[in-house]
Design a protein around this ligand. Structure first.
Ligand SMILES: *Cc1c(COP(=O)(O)O)cnc(C)c1O
Length: 413
């Protein structure tokens, strides 16, 4: 039977300062707009056509992936990703696997991925049999550092996966130049960045293929769901085949590829379509939320607020900040105190190279920017359900924790 990867005590000691404390228990707000309740870090808001479209699925008896909403969702989503085609699938992880498999990646190939990302980015590479090669983050947005990509390329490198971390586009122009010069496929993991733009062009259409997640905490959701976007017609055909067991179009039970069942149901697509219809509104709200948080947190020492590059339009999937020594309390101390008062937060990703499941593969490698992001990063509740008075309350609590905290240098928690 499978046993978990665990770290030897000396390995754990070498990295324990990087790894955030365990999740604190979430209490209740003692006062404020949600007195007696709490602020989860993400909330879903289903206020468009979700109910109507779902009722249509039930009324017409179409609930499997053969129902019409799957195609309607794909057609509505493709232009939102600046693409000709969109192929719906079961979630964001299998969207990545589908894209990499359709590109023909397999054992013996290397794929460059960020050290600072959600685990699925690296795992999807492994599912194909290829090897993930890690590149550190740039310190401003936490995206893959284009200055370090070139050095990671070997004769086995076949692709680069860029992730638009927390909704801010990665340096796609630079990455595309590198990929084109070396004949590599450039794939965007846009799971956190629906609707984001770079120089007026949507993410998802800036490389050979883009992938999205519609998990409940993403910018738009279908409960669970994913999408691969591309403008390459040949690639789209392979994606569709692989998604559905690679059934042959003429002889049904005849398989020329190793396919998967990565289909999305009509029910999921009904919700995803309704959400996509409101994508513009949702992004506007996220951007306004960012401005509201910025205004209220700017004056507090020791907080580094999220930036936005010129030419980039971030969707601020999560309002992600970093806690420096000047704040007084440590990042984990701040989290604990906020949680006790009903405000949930989340720490940044734990880098791939120190994950138990990847530790031996990357033993001895260090990615200092990714590690620093992991040590200091925190994201605050970010959702369409939040209004100005909620942001007022949350920021008031943060200011209060800062005021009560020991002066910088004395903070030990
Ligand atoms: C959420 C996420 C995924 C995985 O999406 P699922 O739908 O949960 O499988 C992949 N990459 C990134 C960067 C994500 O944030």
């Amino acid at each position: 039977m499978l046993t978990p990867a665990t770290l030897a005590p000396e390995d754990w000691n070498a990295i324990r300062a990087i790894v955030p404390d365990p999740e604190p228990a979430l209490g209740r707000c003692p006062a404020g707009p949600r007195r007696g309740g709490a602020y989860p870090v993400a909330e879903t808001r289903l206020v468009g056509n979700e109910r109507r479209y779902l009722a249509e699925c039930v009324d017409t008896n179409w609930i499997s992936s053969r129902g019409p909403f799957v195609t309607r969702f794909e057609r509505a989503f493709a232009p939102e990703a600046g693409c000709e085609y969109a192929v719906a699938c079961a979630n964001g992880t299998v969207a990545l696997h589908l894209a990499l498999a359709a590109l023909g990646l397999g054992p013996g190939d290397e794929v460059i991925v960020p050290a600072f990302t959600m685990i699925a980015t690296a795992n999807a590479v492994r599912y194909t049999g290829a090897e993930p090669v890690l590149v550190d983050a740039e310190p401003v947005h936490g995206n893959i550092d284009p200055d370090r990509v070139e050095a990671a390329i070997t004769p086995r490198t076949r692709a680069i996966v860029a992730v638009h971390i927390y909704g801010h586009p990665a340096a796609m122009r630079r990455l595309r130049a590198i990929a084109d010069a070396r004949g590599l496929a450039l794939v965007e993991d846009a799971a956190e960045a629906h609707g984001a733009e770079l120089d007026g062009a949507r993410v998802g259409g800036l490389g050979r293929a883009g992938t999205f997640s519609f998990y409940a905490n993403k910018i738009v959701t279908s409960g669970e769901g994913g999408m691969v976007t591309t403008s390459d017609a040949a690639l789209e055909r392979v994606l569709r085949r692989l998604r559905d067991h690679a059934f042959h179009p003429e002889r049904h039970f005849w398989h020329e590829y190793l396919g998967f069942n990565y289909r999305m149901t009509n029910l999921q697509a009904a919700v995803g379509l309704a959400q996509t219809e409101r994508l513009g509104e949702i992004v506007e709200h996220r951007r306004r939320l960012r401005a509201l948080y910025d205004e209220r947190l700017r004056a507090i020492p020791g907080l580094e607020l999220p930036g936005e590059d010129e030419g980039a339009r971030s969707v601020f999937w999560m309002y992600a900040i970093r806690i420096g020594a000047d704040f007084g309390a440590s990042r984990d101390g701040l989290r604990r105190r906020l949680a006790a008062r009903g405000i949930e937060t989340r720490t940044f990703f734990v880098p791939i190279h120190i994950q138990p499941v990847y530790f031996d593969r990357f033993r001895g490698r260090r990615f200092p920017v990714a590690e620093s992001l992991c040590r200091h990063g925190l994201y605050l509740p970010t959702s369409e359900a939040l209004e100005e008075r909620d942001v007022d309350w949350i920021c008031g609590e943060i200011a209060d924790i800062h005021r009560r905290a020991a002066p910088a240098g004395a903070a030990a928690s």
